[in-house]
Every structure is written in structure tokens, then in C-alpha cells.
Design a protein around this ligand. Structure first.
Ligand SMILES: [Zn+2]
Ligand SMILES: [Zn+2]
Length: 678
């Protein structure tokens, strides 16, 4: 057993031979109920429901290799030889079957018979006990290690921080025992007291055996569990570095394959220069991470997991540029798929979308990068990157601040991040001041009026009502609130209605200039003279304006659903503009539609129009809407009660907009243009 692949397979088949069922890796994206981490970060994490007794495990003994991703370490990757974001964790698990003795016996056999580690390089740590928990040292583990042949002086007792595992709060918990490999006197701090648990690199922890035997209660009490479980985790890359006798995980065969490809593509080898070494590490680690994340359904975005993915993609591009690489991410991912596809079949299954997505993201970001590059290089000539330069890179070139900081860090240059933040703050102030006055004024006016304007525009487009409050803004412009209003204020992608007021007594007319939406209320701005609070008016949205707007809004819902049917469920509405003359629909998809896809989308929408389906709306609790599978806009805040627009057997969407009564009213639908919004 020497290669990473042999270790992975050797571990799984060893535990198979001991009665463990081989269980596939869980997704990097934790299931809905697991809010503990953005991405799966430990081998046992997907098995938590079994340990908590919520679900029945597929077998009482399991062996797994699990994909893991640590988001906290992104910025560290590249700088040294051991930080990784993506890694694989081997583990054997016992649900109420063997306990400490079995776990230690198996570990001993695997370490010596299979990994062939020399006994005098092998150390273990055990739980030293903790007065606060009311627990003494783990005598049983100490006895078992001794009995199997471990020299007593190499059984190290450590406290709660090192050798006690819990879920981070009340729940199952217990002592653990950690297995260490001594890399020898030449490595590490060299202090006489250096031992496992020391901060330095001499003793490498490579396997952790957790004995879940207690339950931690909210009051801090610890009581024995009725059934004892074992959870173990061995970092695959670390353990491989022991087998191959190298100091850095990046020197193991698993990474050398990727780096070989990088070297042949760029002509720059790992170790050739400091920049090259760092760049190779970043590409090797992030290349694996991005490939596996996309295969598990993560898409580049600006928040959450999507942002993690975007950051590692961008980081890889930046450091790839340092090696002279261009348009290289799909090729890099290809190497990962080839290398790991046998273990993780989802990589092979999704390799096409992985390629497309990386190509698209790289194309976009490379342009940004090239524009900013020159300025960055100029600034890097000095001994620091000023706040002004960082701001200009961001503001003018769209160069993300974390890229500036990261690049500077790799060259040992400080960045005036405080200065950058200050300039950003000033810019925010400036832009706020620009739009603030009118919005704030409208909001203050609306609140000051002391009543809520009743929006009746779903049913009526022509209504006799009263101006409840008015305020002159000068130049014949005035703010007004109507008791009842047919005017739709822009929201949910639908633009503000056009329309006018007609004075009941004088017949004077005022055109609607703008409408401010304020939660359930609205404030309107008109141009016209002779309108005062208390006046009776007729408020009108001309049918020739409203009707096509409604038709286009309903068409938007049909289009949304049709796109999902044709392109897949990953399509998400990113924005829309519903106007009387046309509609625009922004959605997330990695490339342009093919002619066939476009024709198919048009065909579906027109078929639904032809079927003359009724369009129904109803108000319902948000939970109910969710149960009905109503589409919601990501990131949108919804109240407890929501309005659902339904086209039977086809589309259900949360929406506050105005719609036609049947799809037939939409009339023929054509896609006139399509483009990428970058
Ligand atoms: Zn040390
Ligand atoms: Zn809508």
C-alpha cells in the first residue's frame, strides 16, 4: 500500500473484510436540516442522523470515504504545504456494535499490517479527564492500548480541548483517542517537551477514534448513553503523506498528477520558484474543490456556497495567470474527473456541466482580471498597495478586494484595507445621498398621512376616490396619497403603471410620474396643478397600458416554467422587467440557449396560451405555499401570508403583480432576443 488510491481502497476493503458495509460519500452540500456548516466538513457529518438515533443506518457497521470542504482555510491555501480546502476523510463507524476494544484493535491492525508504520514512530493520545464534566481519564482506552502493545510512555493524556468530542452543544459526546506519526527529531520546534499535541509539525495526527458513550445535557450534566457508538476519521491526504514519506500533502501522488498537468500546460514546474509552488498548490486544491462542488450542484454566485465556489474559481484563475495559464480551468477539472471519477461517479456524470460552468466563469472573470492587471502591477512596484489603488481596482475594473489582498499577500505586500473600506463607505454615502432625498421624503410623507392607501388595482383600473394627503414639491409636481389607488407601484419585476388623475370638479388632469412602494402602502408623484388634500378625483390606468402589462406578466410566469422544463430545475429567475410593450426575463443558466431550446420554450409557452388556462390568485400562509411547491424568488423576503398566482397544472409562483384572467388573453408569444448579462 503506497499510493493515495491504494490507501483509500485498502481502508475500505479492510473494513469490508471486518463486516463493514461500504457506504458512498455524501454530497458536499449538507441536507436541508443540517445548518451547522455551509459545506460538509467531516466524514461523520452526513451520518449524524444515525448517531442521533433519528434514522436507521443502512447497516450497523459502515466504512466510508467522504468528500469534505473547509471554507475557513481558503486564504491560507498555497502559502504552506498543509492547508487544504478540499480533502477526503476515511472512516469506520459502529452503531451500537463494537466499542473501544474493537476500534483500537482494528486501528492497530490497519496501521501496522497495512500502512506498515514503524512502531517507534507511532504515538497515541487519550482523554485525561475533566473535572467540569465530572469525568476521569479514559482508563479503558489506556488499558487497551497498553494490552495491545503500545509502550506506556507513548500514550499521552490530553484534556478536553484535545481529546473530547461533542456536537458543540447538548447531545452525544465522548472521549476520543488520536493516532500520531512522529516525523522525527529534525522536524518541528525541537523543544524537549515537544510531544503529540504540540503546535509544531513534528507529530502528525492522522486518525481520530471517537467513542460516543455519553450524553451532554443542557445543564452541563453528562450521563451514559444506552447504546455506544464509534466514529473515526482518517485524513486521506495526510495519511498518504506518511506512506510516501513526504512532508507536504502536496507532494503526495494525488496532487502530483494534477501538478504534472499544470507543469506541462504552463511550462513551469512545482518548486521552480516560490510563486510557482504557491500557484501549483492553489490550482491543485481549488481544482479539486471546484470540480466536486459543481458536481454536487453548487453554482457560482454572490452568497453562501455559491460565493465559496466563485472565490476558489477566481483564486485559481489569478494564480493560474501567474503561471501564464489562460482558459485552463476546464482542462484542470478534466484531470480531476479522470483521477477521482472512479471513487466519485458524480464527477463523471456531471463532467459536461462542470466544463461549461468553468468555461463561462473563467471567460467572465479573465476579462476583469486583465483590465486590472496593469494597475495592480504598477502599484505592486511600491512597498504597499494603497487604499486608493485598491478602491480604484475595485471601482473601475471590478477587481474584487479579496483578489487584491490575496495577490499582495503572495508577494508579501500589505494592503491598506482600512483605507479601502473608508473609500467604499464614502462612495456608499455619496450614492445614498443622491437617491435618498426623494425616497425618504416619500416615505416620511406616507407615514405622516396617517392612513394606508388601499391598492385596488387587481380588480379596477378606473376608480372614484379622494386625495387623502398631498404635498407640493414645486414645478407643478406634487406628492399624493389616494384613499383607493388603482396604480401599481413597481415591484416584483413589474414596472409602475402609467396613468392619471382627473379632478372631479374642475376636470383638471395630473399625470402619474412615479410611484413609491412602501410595504403595503404607496406614495404617488404627479405632475399637474390645482390638486389638494380632500379633493375628489377619478384615478385611471388606461386599459391600453394595463392590459398588455398584465399579459406580459402572466407570460413571464409561463416563460419561467417553460425554461425550467427545457433547461432544467437549476434555472432560477434572477430578475425581470414586465412592461406594457415587452417583457425581459433574467435567469441563471450557463450558456446561451440553442436554437432548438429556444424553439421548444416558445412552443411550450404558446401551447399554454392556446389552452386558455384560467389564471387564479389566492392568499395563503407561506408554509402552505411552500408545500404547494410555489416558486419563490431567492433572497426575497416574504411575509407570513403570501399571494400565489396559479396557472393550473403548470405554474405556481409567489407574486404580487397584476395578471390576465386566462392565458388566452396573452396572445402569441415570441422571444425577440437573448443575451448574457455577464
Ligand atoms: Zn513541537
Ligand atoms: Zn410575477
Amino acid at each position: 500500500m503506497n499510493t493515495t488510491a491504494e490507501l483509500r481502497e485498502g481502508f475500505l476493503s479492510f473494513f469490508e473484510s471486518k463486516g463493514h458495509e461500504r457506504h458512498p460519500s455524501g454530497s458536499l452540500v449538507p441536507p436541508e436540516w443540517d445548518r451547522s456548516t455551509l459545506l460538509n466538513s467531516a466524514g461523520m457529518q452526513p451520518l449524524m442522523p444515525y448517531f442521533l438515533g433519528r434514522d436507521q443506518p443502512p447497516a450497523l457497521l459502515l466504512g466510508t470515504v467522504q468528500k469534505c470542504f473547509r471554507t475557513a482555510d481558503i486564504d491560507e491555501v498555497g502559502l504552506d504545504g498543509h492547508h487544504l480546502t478540499f480533502f477526503e476523510m476515511l472512516g469506520n463507524f459502529s452503531f451500537g456494535q463494537y466499542f473501544k476494544e474493537g476500534a483500537i484493535d482494528f486501528a492497530w491492525e490497519f496501521v501496522f499490517d497495512h500502512m506498515k508504520i514503524e512502531l517507534d514512530r507511532f504515538w497515541v493520545t487519550v482523554f485525561a479527564g475533566d473535572p467540569e464534566l465530572g469525568l476521569g481519564e479514559d482508563e479503558e482506552a489506556i488499558r487497551l492500548w497498553g494490552a495491545i502493545g503500545m509502550p506506556p510512555e507513548r500514550i499521552v493524556r490530553l484534556g478536553r480541548a484535545h481529546n473530547f468530542w461533542s456536537v458543540g452543544g447538548p447531545g452525544p459526546c465522548g472521549p476520543d483517542t488520536e493516532l500520531f506519526y512522529d516525523r522525527g527529531e529534525g522536524i518541528g520546534c525541537g523543544r524537549p517537551e515537544c510531544a503529540p499535541g504540540c503546535e509544531c509539525e513534528r507529530y502528525l495526527e492522522f486518525w481520530n477514534l471517537v467513542f460516543m458513550e455519553y450524553e451532554l445535557h443542557p445543564d452541563g450534566q453528562v450521563t451514559p448513553l444506552p447504546k455506544q457508538n464509534v466514529d473515526t476519521g482518517m485524513g486521506l491526504e495526510r495519511a498518504a503523506s506518511i506512506l510516501q514519506d513526504v512532508l507536504s500533502v502536496y507532494e503526495t501522488d494525488g496532487y502530483q498528477t494534477i501538478m504534472g498537468w499544470i507543469a506541462s500546460e504552463s511550462g513551469v514546474a512545482y518548486g521552480e520558484s516560490e510563486t510557482a509552488t504557491k500557484a501549483h498548490r492553489v490550482l491543485a486544491d481549488h481544482g479539486r474543490g471546484m470540480t466536486c462542488l459543481i458536481a454536487d450542484g453548487v453554482r457560482p454566485g454572490n452568497e453562501g456556497r455559491g460565493y465559496v465556489l466563485r472565490r476558489i474559481i477566481r483564486r485559481a484563475i489569478v494564480h493560474g495567470h501567474d503561471l501564464g495559464l489562460r482558459d485552463f480551468l476546464p482542462g484542470l477539472a478534466e484531470v480531476v474527473v479522470e483521477q477521482m471519477g472512479d471513487t466519485y461517479p458524480e464527477l463523471v456524470e456531471h463532467h459536461k456541466v462542470i466544463n461549461e460552468m468553468l468555461e463561462a466563469e473563467e471567460g467572465r472573470f479573465s476579462r476583469t482580471l486583465e483590465h486590472g492587471e496593469r494597475l495592480f502591477e504598477e502599484e505592486a512596484e511600491s512597498d504597499a498597495i494603497s487604499g486608493e489603488a485598491a478602491f480604484k481596482l475595485h471601482d473601475t475594473y471590478g477587481y474584487p478586494i479579496e483578489v487584491t489582498v490575496d495577490r499582495a499577500r503572495f508577494r508579501g505586500l500589505p494592503v491598506d484595507e482600512e483605507g479601502f473600506e473608508r473609500l467604499m463607505g464614502e462612495q456608499r454615502e455619496r450614492s445614498r445621498a443622491g437617491v435618498k432625498s426623494e425616497d425618504t421624503r416619500a416615505a416620511e410623507f406616507a407615514t405622516g398621512a396617517g392612513f394606508t392607501s388601499d391598492f385596488v388595482g387587481f380588480e379596477k383600473t378606473d376608480v372614484l376616490t379622494q386625495i387623502g394627503a398631498a404635498e407640493e414639491l414645486g414645478d407643478g409636481i406634487f406628492l399624493a396619497k389616494l384613499r383607493e389607488s388603482p396604480f401599481y407601484a413597481a415591484g416584483g419585476g413589474q414596472v409602475t403603471d402609467q396613468g392619471y388623475l382627473e379632478h372631479e370638479e374642475t376636470g383638471a388632469r395630473a399625470d402619474l410620474v412615479e410611484a413609491h412602494r412602501l410595504d403595503e402602502d404607496q406614495a404617488l408623484i404627479f405632475k399637474g396643478n390645482g390638486f389638494f388634500a380632500g379633493d375628489r378625483v377619478r384615478a385611471v390606468v388606461p386599459w391600453r397600458v394595463r392590459f398588455p402589462t398584465m399579459a406580459n406578466h402572466t407570460a413571464t410566469h409561463l416563460l419561467h416554467k417553460a425554461l425550467r422544463e427545457v433547461l432544467g430545475e437549476h434555472v432560477r429567475q434572477a430578475g425581470s422587467a414586465v412592461r406594457p410593450d415587452k417583457l425581459r426575463f433574467d435567469f441563471t443558466h450557463e450558456q446561451a440557449l440553442t436554437l432548438e431550446q429556444r424553439a421548444e420554450v416558445e412552443r411550450i409557452v404558446n401551447a399554454k396560451i392556446f389552452e386558455s388556462l384560467p389564471v387564479r390568485t389566492f392568499i395563503t400562509p407561506i408554509e402552505e405555499a411552500r408545500n404547494l411547491g410555489a416558486m419563490m424568488l431567492f433572497g426575497e423576503k416574504y411575509g407570513d401570508e403570501v399571494r400565489v398566482v396559479e396557472i393550473p397544472d403548470f405554474s405556481r409562483e409567489l407574486c404580487g403583480g397584476t395578471h390576465v384572467r386566462t392565458t388566452a388573453e396573452i396572445g402569441p408569444f415570441v422571444i425577440t432576443s437573448e443575451s448574457s448579462v455577464g
